[in-house]
Design a protein around this ligand. Structure first.
Ligand code: KG4
Ligand code: ZN
Length: 312
């Protein structure tokens, strides 16, 4: 079964055709990063207008070499996201479904991230699986008992992890999006340079605003030391603190729940250090997965096609 999916919840205009929830036939992503670099973050009005510009060419490109007869259904992100951005994808998907007489499947963006680990996978992931979804808009810990059977164990009480990466990068004078910039700087830095705080939250919840403020105060108190080497050390220390907090809760969950697999998803799951720490702390016999490609970590439509296939 081939599904054409559209994703436009934030700042990527994306369309993809995926067969049987796993085999990616096309995956087109038009990123607005250069637009949002100017403001250091996403301006909703600008994002919506960019989606309007790119939605038609992106869908056309995703359909290259395919005929509408081959498409069995159309999927689209319904929520959560920026309303002005979501409405562009939803209008396009509804119009295409109507014009080509295809069923329309509306899905949840975060559930899409949960299914990004199915893309290009050779085997079928096994349940129960613990999934850490970390991105610019959400940081959650889910237990997947089966397809569509998601139990949310915890989530962030304030900033999402990606948002903290983006804000700290901005404080350090680095480009948007901050995650890749911090990761690159951290490779050259000393992760033990500063011991930033790890918030002690109840249960499986996260909080990153205290860490963000700690970095802000640290930089304010050391404003005369802003050399590249200093920035690399602060980036490495911040990255270590945030990864440690994220992984800490996942490891706590593993003590209380018997799972077969641990998955990571969302934009921050592209982070090599986060992958490394999580993998190192997993008990023997628990399989670790992260999305097969970096383009499946950050927002994309292939994951929307995957979740639509399994939950249709
Ligand atoms: O999943 P995503 O594309 O959008 C949302 O659903 O929010 O995630 C974007 C976030 C940004 O905050 C970005 O800084 C972060 O993912 N990110 C990373 C890395 N690549 C992207 N964070 C840490 N390390 C990375 N390599
Ligand atoms: Zn996302």
């Amino acid at each position: 079964m081939k599904i054409l999916a559209i994703e436009s919840s934030c700042d990527e205009t994306a369309a993809s055709v995926v067969e049987d929830g796993k085999r990616v036939i096309s995956n087109v992503i038009s990123s607005q990063i250069s637009e949002h670099k100017k403001t250091g973050g996403v301006v909703p009005e600008v994002a919506a207008r960019e989606h309007m510009k790119f939605i038609v060419p992106v869908v056309k490109k995703a359909m290259e070499g395919l005929s509408w007869d081959e498409i069995d259904a159309i999927a689209v992100t319904k929520t959560p996201g920026l309303v002005g951005s979501l409405v562009v994808g939803q209008s396009a998907a509804s119009a295409l479904a109507l014009a080509h007489d295809k069923p329309l499947i509306e899905v949840n963006h975060i559930h899409g991230h949960l299914y990004s680990n199915w893309l290009d996978s050779e085997d079928e992931p096994e349940f129960p699986a613990l999934v850490l979804t970390v991105s610019g808009g959400h940081s959650d810990l889910f237990l997947m008992h089966g397809h569509g059977d998601f139990e949310q164990l915890g989530g962030t009480k304030d900033d999402a992890a990606g948002e903290a990466f983006d804000k700290v990068a901005r404080m350090l004078g680095m480009d948007y999006p901050g995650g890749p910039a911090i990761e690159k700087a951290a490779l050259k830095g000393n992760k033990e340079f500063v011991k930033f705080p790890r918030a002690q939250m109840q249960g499986y919840d996260y909080s990153f605003s205290g860490l963000k403020t700690a970095v802000l105060y640290y930089l304010r108190d050391h404003e005369d030391e802003m050399t590249d080497g200093f920035k690399n050390d602060v980036a490495a220390s911040f990255q270590e603190a945030i990864c440690d907090s994220l992984v800490g809760k996942a490891v706590k969950a593993l003590k209380n729940y018997d799972v077969k697999e641990v998955h990571m998803a969302g934009g921050c799951s592209a982070n090599g250090r986060l992958r490394e720490i999580l993998q190192d702390r997993l008990p023997e016999g628990v399989k670790f997965r992260h999305p097969a490609k970096i383009s499946y970590c950050t927002d994309n439509a292939a994951m929307i096609a995957a979740v639509a296939f399994y939950l249709r």
